[in-house]
Structure formats: structure tokens, C-alpha cells
Design a protein around this ligand. Structure first.
Ligand SMILES: NC(=O)c1ccc[n+]([C@@H]2O[C@H](COP(=O)([O-])OP(=O)(O)OC[C@H]3O[C@@H](n4cnc5c(N)ncnc54)[C@H](OP(=O)(O)O)[C@@H]3O)[C@@H](O)[C@H]2O)c1
Length: 333
């Protein structure tokens, strides 16, 4: 089968497009015929071997990719409730203690076929295209955890979405506006991304390169501050966003694209009764709820570009430049 794989970590030039053996479904697994995959920043880290993604030389070559949607092509022993031909999306997080990720710890989805644990597969309705479905898991699971499960954002509240042009940010804007119905302040880096964030539904958007984020957030909330922050950027914006929290505010971190370390004002933590927490992906039960919301057209994928499988390396290069808005989809013919 055709696949995108690496034999060593490095720049996008280490990515190869070629033939790899087709997977077989082990007991408890299914093989999915991939129709579309979605790129995430994790794919760039895995290709480069950064941030805990180092793959041992003896485990190479490794097929890249986590998120995908397609059709069940083979059902392994002991699997019930799934049959060949079923349209599905795959939750790339599997196992526990520690959890593992498709494309990092085993062969991934940037290929014609991928084998996955059956419990990681969620059926999708006909109303959802493979391209739309493929990009849901990795960006919507942590944002669902921050906004819905842990952050318990309410309709009358205000959420701040940092780096709103990212895949995670574009999902967060949609959850805040179209699932919760709260006010959304997007925070991003260029005038064009400000415009696109508002077009996607954000009520306000702050350019963090040219504006004072905490000051603007106070102005936009009539001095109260924001009730929830969705942070996938990390150190770069932490202090300003944390200072923007209202009393009783919640701060969810699901990424550190722009740095791991940031100072925390502990006085504000207790005196304003703030809550700081992390989110890492989510369960297949939550993915079912996300798929349901997407199937009803409430939320979707902000598509930046659709590229054929053979052009995945070029998409990695463009994603490295961080000028995109939303998701890169890889279509698998
Ligand atoms: N915890 C989880 O379960 C989980 C799941 C998905 C992703 N993540 C993490 O969340 C982050 C976002 O993932 P993604 O796939 O949405 O990424 P992405 O689409 O590639 O996001 C890139 C965007 O991040 C912002 N950014 C800020 N500082 C940056 C820097 N130094 N270098 C590059 N980009 C920078 C820019 O947006 P602006 O111009 O708008 O600032 C940029 O366009 C990653 O760190 C990822 O590992 C975690």
C-alpha cells in the first residue's frame, strides 16, 4: 500500500512516499481503509523526534499520522458491533499508563490502510464527509475537555482562545460559540488571522503582536475579565492570559507550542479562586458527542488546505511556517 513514512527523524525532507506492507487486524482491532487524514502539530514533532516522540531505530520505518476517517476494511477476532464498509473516524489515543498515540507508538494513518483498536473507532453519519470527520479528534478532544468537561463554560460567560488560528484554536472558537453559546475572544498574531477568527465566529479578536492582551480583555469584558482560557500556545501568552481571568476563572492548557515554562502569580490563584488544569486528548465517548455535534452541522473543520497523500511533506513544510488558518487535510485516493 502507499504510505508516508520516515526512516529517521529530521526536517520534512526525511519524509518518504512509497510502499509499505498492508496491516492485518489483530484480535480486538479493525483495519480502516483511510480516505482522509488530518495533520496535527504532533505529526511535525514526531517527524522531527521532538517532545517525547523519539522512535527507536529498530522500530523504523514508521508510518506517520494520527487523525483519520475512512471505511472499516477488516474486522479482527473478538470485535463486535463493527462490520466491513462502516464509515468511521479514529481516536488516535489508545492504551493507558501511559497512553499511546497512533503514528508515534505504532504505524499511523498517513497510508491507504491503518490497524487500530476497535474501541478507538467511532461511526460517522453520512452527513459528515471524510475530510470533515478526519480532523475532529485531536483538536476537538482537548478543547471539549477544557471548555465542556473541566471548564464547564456557560452561555453567559466569556472564553479567551489563544493562538486562535491553530487547529486547536479553530476548534475552540466553534465549541465556545456553537455548542456553549458563550462570548469568544480570540487571540492571534496577524491582522488576517484576526479577520479569519471573527469570520469563524469569534465575537472579538486581539492581535497579540500589536495589542496588550490583558488590557484589551479587561476593556472587552467591562473590567470583569474572562471566565475561561483555552491555551495551546503555552509560555508566550500565559502571563497576559492568566492576568485576564475573572474571579472564579478557569485556565485550561492543552499545548505548549511556544514554550514550556511560565511564571504563575500564586496570589491571584487563591485570591481570585482560579483553577489551572491540563487536558490531554479525551475518550471515544467524548468523540461520539463531538461527531454528533459535527453531524448536526453545529461544529466542523476549518480547512486550510487539502493535499494528496503524496504531497504530505510539502504540507509539513507549510505547517512549520505557522502562517496557516485551521487544518491541513491529507486525502487518500
Ligand atoms: N493536549 C492535547 O490533547 C493536544 C491536542 C492537540 C494539539 N495539542 C498541542 O496544541 C498545540 C497546537 O496544535 P495544532 O495542531 O493546533 O497546531 P498548529 O495548527 O500547527 O498551530 C500553529 C499555530 O500556533 C501558534 N504559535 C504560537 N507560537 C508559535 C511558535 N513558536 N511556533 C509555531 N506556532 C506558534 C500560531 O498561531 P497564532 O498565529 O494564532 O498565534 C500558529 O499558527 C501544539 O503544541 C500541540 O502539540 C495538544
Amino acid at each position: 500500500m502507499k504510505a508516508i513514512f520516515i526512516r529517521e527523524h529530521g526536517e520534512p525532507s526525511v519524509i518518504e512516499y512509497g510502499d509499505m506492507p498492508e496491516p492485518e487486524a489483530a484480535p480486538g482491532e479493525v483495519v480502516v481503509r483511510v480516505r482522509a487524514a488530518a495533520l496535527n502539530r504532533l505529526d511535525l514533532y514526531t517527524r522531527a523526534g521532538l517532545r517525547g516522540t523519539k522512535i527507536r531505530p529498530e522500530a523504523m520505518p514508521r508510518i506517520l499520522g494520527g487523525d483519520c476517517a475512512g471505511d472499516v476494511a477488516q474486522v479482527g477476532a473478538d470485535v463486535t458491533g463493527l462490520s466491513e464498509g462502516r464509515r468511521v473516524v479514529v481516536n488516535p489515543l489508545y492504551g493507558a499508563n501511559p497512553p499511546q498515540v497512533l503514528g508515534v507508538n505504532r504505524h499511523g494513518s498517513n497510508a491507504e490502510f491503518v490497524a487500530v483498536p476497535a474501541e478507538n473507532v467511532v461511526p460517522i453519519p453520512d452527513s459528515l464527509s471524510y475530510e470533515q470527520a478526519a480532523a475532529l479528534p485531536t483538536v476537538y478532544l482537548p478543547t471539549w475537555a477544557i471548555i465542556v468537561r473541566e471548564g464547564r463554560l456557560q452561555g453567559g460567560e466569556t472564553a479567551m482562545v489563544l493562538s486562535s488560528s491553530s487547529g486547536v484554536g479553530t476548534a475552540a472558537i466553534q465549541l465556545v460559540k456553537r455548542v456553549v453559546g458563550a462570548t469568544c475572544i480570540a487571540v492571534t498574531s496577524t491582522g488576517e488571522k484576526v479577520r479569519r477568527s471573527k469570520e469563524l465566529g469569534a465575537d472579538y479578536a486581539i492581535n497579540y503582536k500589536t495589542e496588550d492582551v490583558a488590557q484589551r480583555a479587561k476593556e472587552l469584558t467591562g473590567g470583569k475579565g474572562v471566565d475561561l482560557v483555552v491555551d495551546s500556545a503555552g509560555a508566550l501568552l500565559f502571563e497576559a492570559a492568566y492576568a485576564s481571568l475573572a474571579r472564579g476563572g478557569r485556565y485550561g492548557v492543552c499545548g505548549v507550542t511556544a514554550g514550556y515554562q511560565a511564571p504563575i502569580h500564586l496570589g491571584q490563584l487563591f485570591s481570585k479562586e482560579l483553577r489551572l488544569f491540563g487536558a490531554f486528548m479525551g475518550s471515544s465517548g467524548e468523540l461520539r458527542q463531538i461527531v454528533e455535534a459535527a453531524g448536526m452541522g453545529k461544529i466542523g473543520t476549518a480547512v486550510h488546505a487539502v493535499v494528496p497523500l503524496s504531497e504530505t511533506a510539502a504540507a509539513h513544510e507549510e505547517m512549520e511556517r505557522a502562517e496557516h488558518f485551521g487544518k491541513f487535510i491529507v486525502s487518500v485516493p
